[in-house]
Design a protein. Structure first.
Length: 100
């Protein structure tokens, strides 16, 4: 929704007619102050929103990294089943020893 030159001229003409040329500079200053205030509030809200989003993203990434490190940990021999690749008691380094 952009305002073109013609629309701005019509608005300025109505303001000039309704408020007069004496109050026009004062109203423009007040409007400028208002828009600066609105922009500052908008930037503050945007900054807070970005901070919250960054914290949430960091939290999610930390949880994912924690899950990845838990999955990468090797299983202990006592907890792995006997036929798993991590633990084979029947395999020895000496090929001449008989299997039990």
């Amino acid at each position: 929704m952009g305002l073109g030159f013609f629309e701005i001229c019509i608005i300025a003409l109505f303001v000039l007619i309704f408020f007069g040329p004496q109050r026009l500079p004062e109203m423009m200053r007040e409007a400028g102050k208002f828009f600066v205030h609105v922009k500052r509030l908008s930037n503050e809200v945007k900054g807070h929103f970005e901070t919250i989003m960054n914290e949430a993203e960091a939290s999610i990434l930390a949880e994912e990294e924690k899950k990845r490190t838990i999955k990468k940990l090797p299983a202990s021999p006592s907890s792995s089943p006997p036929d798993s690749e991590a633990y084979h008691p029947e395999k020895t380094s000496d090929p001449e020893t008989p299997k039990v």
